[in-house]
Design a protein around this ligand. Structure first.
Ligand code: OOG
Ligand code: MG
Length: 258
């Protein structure tokens, strides 16, 4: 059995070498999710030790669109650090990643801590503003093939994130379940979805996270940014090609591989 630190070290090396590895569960099917979350902490700690700061969390597999795309049916979370936040308009540098994919997300910037038990209402009450966002996934596993424990250890495939140009208070946006998102690939509307795709309401995903963290003695804090999970399925990033994400009332984000 590998220790959490050994699992983290394998993933840290894969990320540094920019080489997808076989899923760790192939040789170690007995790694449980608790050990995987410890491995994730160690993976993220290496970034903090290198001078990055903690920004917040990302949710994963919180929509059927994502669960079906990845063949897993349980939600998970990862941790977001400062080195992952890309500036609006910057390209996705293909020499920085293994095989990046992009997906639309709805992000929450918290004005207040969220106590457990959290609900959609308490999350909305604690939210400063909501942004449209793009999650750039870069699994450290070959072909994005992983079990739940594998992907938890791998910090939920976290690569980079973009925030949209407009942040709005939840009460200005209206019903977040109806917040529409179009994904435009090669000039065509490739996918459409609304916020309801994420656990029925994107704030439900943040509430799930708050309750999950409470069980581990952690609290969502004012100032943290929470990416509530892919609304639509992921799209591979290719050199010279762009993908545009349009969010109702929150502007649009165009990303391109370079
Ligand atoms: C795992 C991470 C999932 C989401 O929003 O569902 C995720 C993956 O798809 O590689 O970020
Ligand atoms: Mg995501």
């Amino acid at each position: 059995m590998l220790t959490a630190q050994q699992i983290a070290d394998i993933l840290i090396t894969a990320e540094k070498d920019r080489t997808g590895i076989a899923q760790i569960s192939d040789d170690h099917p007995d790694i449980d999710t608790a050990t995987a979350y410890q491995a994730q902490r160690a993976f993220v700690q290496s970034k903090l030790d290198a001078g990055e700061t903690f920004v917040g969390y990302k949710l994963g597999l919180t929509s059927r669109n994502k669960q079906q795309a990845m063949g897993l049916d349980a939600p998970l979370y990862g941790r977001v650090t400062s080195g992952m936040i890309s500036s609006y308009g910057d390209p996705i540098r293909l020499d920085r990643f293994i095989h990046p994919r992009v997906e639309s997300e709805i992000a929450f910037l918290l004005a207040r801590d969220i106590q457990a038990p959290a609900t959609v209402i308490s999350v909305l009450a604690a939210t400063e503003v909501v942004f449209g966002a793009v999650d750039v996934l870069d699994s450290r596993y070959e072909s994005f093939k992983f079990t739940l424990s594998d992907v938890v250890s791998d910090n939920a495939s976290a690569g980079a994130f973009y925030l949209g140009p407009i942040g709005r208070r939840p009460d200005e946006l209206g019903d977040l379940r109806l917040l529409g998102c179009n994904v435009i690939v090669g000039g065509d509307v490739a996918m459409t979805a609304t916020g309801a795709a994420v656990m029925g309401h994107p704030a439900a995903s943040v509430a799930w996270l708050a309750n999950q963290l409470a069980a581990e003695g952690e609290t969502l804090k004012a100032g943290q940014l929470i990416f509530s999970g892919g609304v639509t399925a992921p799209v591979p990033v290719k050199a010279g090609e762009s993908v545009t994400f349009e969010f109702a009332g929150l502007g649009s984000i165009t990303v391109f591989g370079a």
